[in-house]
Design a protein around this ligand. Structure first.
Ligand code: ADP
Length: 440
């Protein structure tokens, strides 16, 4: 963080200094130019007025030592009479020079152009004397690159000082930025009064805290339920076993009590199996190989496995639809359809019907299990997916239910990005559908 602040501070400083430098140079360049022009013009007026008073011979005596400017005396016809820098005899006629023409016509004239000898712009200013001759003064104008170079060392020193300052103060800046962040109360993130930029983060932490708290509550409730659910069959088992051991039971009743023990043990086993399955789903341990699974064939297998149970309860099982594949975990898909079909058989009347339809529909691939059993009250159709929730607890227990079947269905559906929907009417039956959005 210190490095990042350091880098951005230095970047800002360097950019500011470069921009300030450019603006200053342009400004100073303009100012110096104006000063040079004023200087040349003032000196020209002075030379012209002295020459008008005391005669041109005054000009002949001027040397570069007296003035900052070059002075040239030009005759009416343009021929050069005198120049402070060059031999007048060797100089060409100046009749066409713009400043000369200006002076002859209007009394004064000026021009800026590159000097023949120096590689810089020159300012020429000419004034017509009373006798008609022209006196001209000139001086090199400053050059922008030169001005820039002159100011470079000053700017460079300022930049270096500022960069050093940034370098050393960035540690302090980082520490003062971070200090309030380190003091944040993360247990109650929305109570912090800090940088507004942190608000989205604090809201996210708050959401995550709430989710964690809800999950912790759910886990606590689940453990309490599990203990209770395990204790009940175990208490029965040990009770029956004790009275058999103590010889309290009539020998003719022993098969009945043993049967109770077997039944309760089986219930315990199913419960433990379901808990294991759920915890696997919970912890995301089921990252088994996904494969293309044909839900029609899978449903046919399930019907075969459940046919004995259905026959016992005098329930007619049927399958319709078409072959349809989803990409998923076979074991879990099997578990889901099995649990739903098993419920359709369990919560049914003698002579009832259970049908499975598997195939493609508008929204993808679906498996729909329909029964004409006891139905589920409207207000409980969502709750049946909660762990250990049963509409009729004693009926579920009597039928060997664990109250976890539909929780497994719900988790399995989430794992496959599938949707489970229930339509049910008490006394008429239930239709439970799992829809796989195969576009995913
Ligand atoms: P269980 O082991 O008790 O069957 P589930 O989680 O599979 O547990 O189902 C929860 C409850 O939902 C059941 O106890 C039952 O009351 C109700 N239920 C599920 N499927 C049906 C159905 N097809 N018809 C009527 N009630 C159902």
């Amino acid at each position: 963080m210190k490095k990042k602040i350091q880098r951005s501070m230095i970047l800002v400083i360097v950019t500011t200094i470069v921009v300030a430098y450019a603006i200053t140079i342009v400004f100073i360049y303009g100012k110096i130019r104006t000063l040079v022009i004023n200087d040349v013009e003032n000196e020209a007026y002075y030379v012209a007025s002295v020459a008008n008073l005391s005669g041109e011979s005054y000009i002949n005596k001027i040397s570069m030592n007296n003035f900052n400017c070059r002075v040239t005396l030009i005759k009416k016809d343009g021929s050069v009479l005198f120049d402070t820098e060059e031999d007048a005899g060797g100089m060409e006629n100046h009749a066409l020079r713009p400043e000369f023409l200006g002076a002859v016509n209007d009394g004064e004239g000026s021009s800026i152009r590159k000097s023949d000898t120096l590689d810089t712009d020159m300012y020429y200013y000419a004034i017509r004397l009373d006798n008609g001759d022209v006196v001209r003064l000139s001086k090199p104008l400053n050059d922008i690159t030169k001005t820039a170079l002159e100011f470079l060392p000053v700017m460079f020193t300022i930049a270096a000082l500022m960069v050093l300052l940034a370098f050393f103060s960035s540690g302090h800046a980082a520490a003062s930025i971070v200090a309030p962040i380190n003091k944040l109360n993360l247990d109650n993130p929305l109570s912090n009064k800090t940088y507004p930029e942190l608000n989205p983060l604090l809201h996210r932490i708050d959401d995550s805290n709430k989710e964690k708290a809800a999950l912790a509550d759910m886990r606590k409730e689940f453990s309490a339920n599990v203990s209770h659910e395990l204790k009940t069959p175990l208490t029965s088992i040990s009770g029956y076993a004790e009275i058999i051991r103590d010889g309290i039971v009539k020998p003719s009743d022993i098969p009945k009590f043993s049967d109770r023990i077997v039944k309760e043990s089986n219930r315990l086993l199913s419960l433990i199996n379901d808990i294991i399955k759920l915890s696997e789903l919970d912890e995301g341990k089921v990252e088994a190989q996904k494969e293309n699974v044909d839900l029609f064939t899978l449903s046919r297998d399930i019907i075969e496995r459940l046919s004995e149970k259905a026959q016992k309860n005098d329930i007619e099982l049927s399958l319709s639809g078409e072959h349809c594949e989803v990409y998923g975990i076979r074991r879990i898909l099997d578990e889901m359809i099995y649990n739903i079909t098993d419920n359709a058989i369990k919560y049914n009347h003698k002579g009832g019907h259970v049908s499975i339809w598997a195939g493609r529909d508008m929204s993808g691939v679906s498996v729909v299990v329909t029964d004409d059993g006891i139905g589920i009250p409207d207000d409980q159709q969502e709750r049946i997916f909660e762990r250990f929730y049963r509409v009729d607890k004693s009926r579920s227990k009597e039928l060997g239910g664990t109250g976890l079947g539909l929780s497994i269905v719900k988790h399995g559906a989430e794992l496959h990005h599938a949707k489970v929907t229930v339509q049910s009417k008490v006394g008429e039956g239930t239709k439970m559908a799992v829809n796989f959005d195969i576009k995913r």
